[in-house]
Design a protein around this ligand. Structure first.
Ligand code: 5AD
Ligand code: FES
Length: 332
């Protein structure tokens, strides 16, 4: 698709029915009916950065900060095994107390005890540190670039650097990770042109995974008063990303489920093929508050497991049996 075609398809004036049907067809052809479940463990909400959109930004005094211990993470990994998930995603803010050494140690422990694939989502690090984490056994890494618009990026992430973000993505690939990135849809000041650029960039970067969610204003951040993104725009982004990138893994994100009770189901019907049920300890879930209203905060890991199984049954889809590795690099 050309940039102009993508821009036209993003416009709320065009009926998305055809776009969604095509994305569903491309999804079926390239990644099949299987849905991969990735158990998400949010292991620390400490963060050194001050991104304008994010609830766990440094300096937000309203956040009750927590940090799981290695044993608590191991417990989470065990619950993922018992729920028959094949992957855990370990996500945190950029927490200096969870440095590469500590991260490598827990990755090694989980790998020694389980057959789980491990995805890290722990922000920007040096090339050497990424290599260390890969050598410790981590399989995949998620680092959203958030927006391809350089100016918007600098506004939203005042203590980050646009070029550095993309350097990190290149280092991750060099280190041998399966790499995921992504953006928020409906950021203040984000144009459909820049969202079209986001999608073309997903392709250019040859990503293995692409995560997209609507921006949801958090009242305890500088963007607290801004309007949020719509589910419609986020779904169009998912559909276009599927059509353009073909065989990437695309999650139906929690943010989509947060702004619409059927958000994740709708995403699974227009291109998505991954769900990320929460396996964080229930007592900390409300504290990992990137945005307000987040779903699944009162559930236990088992309840989210049952919930996603019911969701898949309702959609006539089934759980994948394999690890759900990249379809670009290694296959199954
Ligand atoms: N609304 C929606 N998504 C958000 N994220 C962070 N803050 C928000 C928000 N207010 C997303 C970012 C980040 C991911 C972990 O969560 O895209 O990369
Ligand atoms: Fe957590 Fe549905 S996935 S309750």
């Amino acid at each position: 698709m050309t940039k102009e075609e993508i821009i036209a398809a993003l416009s709320p004036d065009t009926d998305p029915a055809q776009l969604f049907a095509l994305a569903d067809q491309v999804r079926r052809e390239y990644v099949g009916e299987d849905v991969h479940l990735r158990g998400l463990i949010e292991f620390s909400n400490h963060c050194r950065r001050r991104c304008y959109y994010c609830g766990i930004r440094a300096g937000n005094a309203k956040v009750r900060r927590y940090r799981l211990t290695p044993d608590q993470i191991l417990y989470g990994a065990r619950s993922a095994v018992s729920l028959n998930y094949k992957t855990i995603v370990m996500q945190s803010g950029e927490d200096p107390a969870w440095g590469p050494k500590e991260l490598a140690a827990i990755v090694e422990k989980v790998k020694k005890e389980t057959a789980l694939a491990i995805t890290l989502s722990v922000g920007e690090h040096s090339k050497e540190d990424y290599r260390t984490l890969r050598a410790a056994g981590a399989d995949r890494f998620l680092l959203r670039f958030e927006t391809s618009d350089r100016r918007l990026f600098s506004m939203l992430k005042p203590d980050s650097n646009y070029d550095q973000r993309f350097r990190c993505l290149a280092w991750l690939k060099e280190a041998g990770f399966q790499v995921g990135s992504g953006v928020m849809a409906g950021l203040p000041g984000q144009t459909s042109e820049s969202m079209a650029d986001d999608i073309l960039l997903f392709k250019q970067l040859e990503l293995d995974m692409v995560g997209i969610g609507p921006f949801i204003a958090n009242p305890d951040t500088p963007l607290g008063g801004a309007p949020g993104g719509t589910l419609d725009t986020a779904l169009r982004m998912v559909a276009l990303t599927r059509i353009v990138t073909k065989n990437t893994h695309i999650p139906a994100t929690t943010a989509m489920g947060t702004i619409d009770a059927q958000g994740r189901q709708k995403a699974l019907k227009c291109g998505a093929n991954v769900l990320m049920p929460n396996i964080s300890p229930t007592e900390y879930r409300t504290d990992y508050s990137l945005y307000p209203g987040k779903i699944c905060v009162n559930e236990q890991p088992e309840q989210c497991g049952a919930c996603v199984d019911a969701m898949l049954a309702g959609l006539g889809r089934k759980r994948a049996e394999g690890f759900g590795h990249s379809l670009k690099t290694s296959g199954e």
